[in-house]
Design a protein around this ligand. Sequence first.
Ligand SMILES: N[C@@H](CCC(=O)N[C@@H](CSC=O)C(=O)NCC(=O)O)C(=O)O
Length: 257
Amino acid sequence: MAAAASPPAAALEQLSKTKMFGGHNLRFRHQSAALGCPMTFSLFLPASPASKLPVLYWLSGLTCTDENFIIKSGAQRAAAAHGVALVAPDTSPRGLNVEGEADSWDFGVGAGFYLNATNEKWKNWRMYDYVVKELPKVLSDNFEQLNTSCASIFGHSMGGHGALTIYLKNTDKYKEYDATLLVKKCSTLSTPILVDQGEDDKFLAEQLLAGNFEEACKAAGAPLTLRMQPGYDHSFFFIATFIDDHIAHHAQFLKSG
Ligand SMILES: N[C@@H](CCC(=O)N[C@@H](CSC=O)C(=O)NCC(=O)O)C(=O)O
């Protein structure tokens, strides 16, 4: 009997390639089965590695595409130094023309929240499946220099919360989409979580509620370092200031794994 053939690797269209810190920023488009539309993602590959590169996913915030982080954060310097590949997906499906998809900056296009929507109208908004299942497979099928089983995840705002929920869900497989609820149910977390929060962030008091997450981590015994950063706001200027610490934080666990 013939062995079952592997499914063909997803076709990737390369949109750009730019050298930086000895490595390359690459940008691709592919047809997403999870979302039912073409999707773009950005990838920073450090210079030719001696061994396969661990992967660090960055999830961006509301209104972003895959490009904001790559253009504005300066994360490539630390990623090149630590030998870690950066992957930045887009933040939602696009071009589906769902009624009302672009009416609000914090709902629909550019606002996928890294979850699987349950409402029929928003059935294409399956960013959880895209980030957790489809994108890692696309990467492993197309980039032999990546070790996608050695991966970590971080992000900003909607994406910082998305990174926490994806990490916490894949420890215990809970269904909720709230990091503060999820962490209360995780009694066995040993890998520390690093969060930087600007004290002058206009979203802090009403939406981000970092103190609630800190309380929940304390109650669950989950190791959290929450650094309140005086004077900083919600912008990429804040992200660029602290991004090196976050890459070093993830790299120490990726390299010891
Ligand atoms: N339009 C909004 C502000 C939008 C904003 O601040 N977006 C952030 C992410 S917010 C959380 O998910 C962002 O990263 N923007 C892209 C950028 O390049 O700065 C408003 O007016 O309040």
